[in-house]
Design a protein around this ligand. Structure first.
Ligand code: ADP
Ligand code: ASP
Ligand code: MG
Length: 448
C-alpha cells in the first residue's frame, strides 16, 4: 500500500457542523489522507475535566447541559440515523452517571473513563457527517490498538503493541473506507480507558503515523502554523514556515500549546514530516516541521508554561556533604515525581515541578511528600509560577545572551534561571501574573 497521510483535527475544528464540514473539505482534497484523528468538540473536554473534579449538583448540571448543548447542536443540524442519536444519548447518560459516582473523587480510572467520552462523541458525529456527504467512512475505536500503561491522566503508550495491533486491526481497513478515530484515549491492560494528557490527540496522530509508516502527519488547528510565540499573547508574532524537529519539540516541551509535548518523538523516530495549519483557513499555509532547516536562527521562539511549582530546599547538611542530593531525588522518585528544572548552591537546591499536562489535576506537592522532604531539610513551596523559555540554536555558544535577555527584563522578579545545559534553550521562572508581559517584552526586543 502507498504511504498514507494522517490528518488530525483539534477541538475548534470539530466544534460544530460548519467547522466539521471544513475538515471534510480538506480531507476530500487529499486522497492520501486515509486515517483521521479527532479531538473532542471544543469545550467538551474542559467541561468533562470540571465534572471530574467533583462538582456540587447545580454546577454539575450546568456542565452536563453545556456538553449536551454542544453535541445536540451538531446532531440537530445533521439529523443523524437513529443508531447514532441513541449512541450519543447513551454516552451522555454515562457522563451523567459517572460524574455523580461517589467513587469518582478517588478513582483516576473513572476520571479517565469520564474524560475520554468527548472524543467518542465527536468521532461518531463526524462519521455521520461524512456519510451524509457520501463518503465511505468508518468509525474505529482507537482503544483496540492504543495500549498504554495504567498511569491514568497521563498514560504512556506501548509502541510495540501499537505497531502490532495496527498491522492487525487498522492496516487492512485503510484499503477500504476512510477511517475516523479518537485522539487522546487509549486502554490499559485490564481494558480500562486511559488518557494521554491534555492536548494528547496530536500525540495519538504522531504515534499512528509511526506505527503505519505514514508519509506525513497533518495537524489541523485554529492558527495557520507555528508562530514565534503564542499569537494570542503577542498578536505581532510571526509564522515560522519551516522548523526543525528539535526546535519544535523544545517549543512543545516548554508549553507552546500548538503541539502536545510528546508529539514529535514518534515523528523524529521515523523521520515523518509534520505539517501544522488552520482547518478554517487552509489557504493561509502553515508550518512544516522536519529534520533540518537551512540557517536556523539564534532566537527561534518564546514559549510559556504556567502552573509551575518552585520548591526550594535548604540544609546546612548540604555543605560539603555527600549523598544529600541523592536522598532528595530518591524521595522525589519514590513519590513518582519527575523534576523539571533544577539549580543548586552550597546549601540549597531549587527545583520546579510541572503540574500542567495531566488530566488528573492533582497537585504534585502532596502532604506526604512535603513531610518526607521536611525531615531532610527546610522546604519552601511557591505555587503559581510560570516558566518562560527562549528557544533557539547554539545559544550556549553565543556571547551577550544574558544582557540581551535580562537587560530588557529589569522590572521583573526572575526567580530562577536555567542556561547552559542545552544549547537550544534558556529558561527562567517568573511569577504567574508577570508571565505574559515578560513574553511580550522579550518578543518585542528580540524578534520584532
Ligand atoms: P487544537 O484544539 O487544534 O489542538 P490548541 O488550542 O491545542 O488547538 O492549540 C492551538 C493554540 O495554540 C492556538 O490557538 C494558540 O493560541 C496556541 N499557541 C501557543 N503557542 C503557539 C505558537 N508558538 N504558535 C501558534 N500557536 C500557539
Ligand atoms: N480533547 C483533549 C483535550 O482537550 C485532547 C486534545 O484535544 O488533544 O485535552
Ligand atoms: Mg491541542
Amino acid at each position: 500500500m502507498t504511504q498514507i497521510t494522517i490528518a488530525k483535527f483539534g477541538g475548534t475544528s470539530v466544534a460544530n457542523t460548519h467547522s466539521m464540514n471544513c475538515c471534510a473539505d480538506l480531507i476530500l482534497k487529499d486522497s492520501s489522507v486515509r486515517l483521521v484523528v479527532l479531538s473532542a468538540s471544543a469545550g467538551v473536554t474542559n467541561a468533562l475535566v470540571a465534572l471530574a473534579s467533583g462538582l456540587e449538583p447545580e454546577e454539575r448540571s450546568v456542565q452536563i447541559d453545556n456538553i449536551r448543548q454542544i453535541q445536540c447542536a451538531i446532531m440537530d443540524e445533521l439529523s443523524p440515523q437513529e443508531v447514532v442519536r441513541e449512541e450519543i444519548e447513551r454516552i451522555l447518560e454515562n457522563i451523567s452517571a459517572l460524574s455523580e459516582a461517589a467513587s469518582l473523587a478517588t478513582s483516576l480510572a473513572l476520571t479517565d473513563e469520564l474524560i475520554g467520552n468527548g472524543e467518542l462523541m465527536s468521532t461518531l458525529l463526524f462519521v455521520e457527517l461524512l456519510r451524509q456527504r457520501n463518503v465511505n467512512a468508518e468509525w474505529f475505536d482507537i482503544r483496540k490498538v492504543m495500549r498504554t500503561n495504567d498511569c491514568f491522566g497521563k498514560a504512556e503508550p506501548d509502541t510495540t503493541a501499537l505497531f502490532e495491533l495496527s498491522q492487525l486491526h487498522l492496516l487492512p481497513r485503510l484499503k477500504g473506507a476512510l477511517i475516523i478515530t479518537q485522539g487522546f484515549i487509549g486502554s490499559e491492560g485490564k481494558g480500562r480507558t486511559t488518557t494521554l494528557g491534555r492536548g494528547g490527540s496530536d500525540y495519538t496522530a504522531a504515534l499512528l503515523g509511526e506505527a503505519l509508516n505514514a508519509k506525513r502527519i497533518d495537524i489541523w488547528t485554529d492558527v495557520p502554523g507555528i508562530y514565534t510565540t503564542d499569537p494570542r499573547v503577542v498578536p505581532s508574532a510571526m509564522r515560522i514556515d519551516k522548523i526543525s524537529f528539535s526546535e519544535a519539540a523544545e517549543m512543545a516541551t516548554f508549553g507552546a500549546k500548538i503541539l502536545h509535548p510528546a508529539t514529535l518523538l514518534p515523528a523524529v523516530r521515523q523521520d515523518i514530516p509534520v505539517f501544522v495549519g488552520s482547518s478554517k483557513n487552509p489557504d493561509a499555509g502553515g508550518t512544516l516541521v522536519c529534520q533540518k532547516t537551512d540557517n536556523p536562527p539564534l532566537f527561534r521562539a518564546l514559549a510559556l508554561r504556567r502552573g509551575q511549582t518552585l520548591v526550594t530546599l535548604h540544609s546546612l547538611n548540604m555543605l560539603h556533604a555527600r549523598g544529600f542530593l541523592a536522598e532528595v531525588f530518591g524521595t522525589l522518585a519514590r513519590h513518582n515525581i519527575s523534576v523539571d528544572l533544577i539549580t543548586t548552591s552550597e546549601v540549597s537546591v531549587a527545583l520546579t515541578l510541572d503540574t500542567t499536562g495531566s488530566t488528573s489535576g492533582i497537585s504534585l506537592m502532596t502532604t506526604a511528600l512535603f513531610t518526607e522532604l521536611s525531615s531532610l531539610c527546610r522546604v519552601e513551596v511557591e505555587e503559581n509560577m510560570a516558566l518562560v523559555a527562549l528557544i533557539g540554536n547554539q545559544l550556549s555558544q553565543a556571547c551577550g545572551i544574558g544582557k540581551k535577555v535580562f537587560g530588557v527584563l529589569d522590572p521583573f522578579n526572575i526567580r530562577m534561571i536555567c542556561y547552559g545545559a542545552s544549547s537550544h534553550n534558556l529558561c527562567f521562572l517568573v511569577p504567574g501574573e508577570d508571565a505574559e508581559t515578560v513574553v511580550r517584552t522579550l518578543h518585542h526586543n528580540l524578534f520584532e
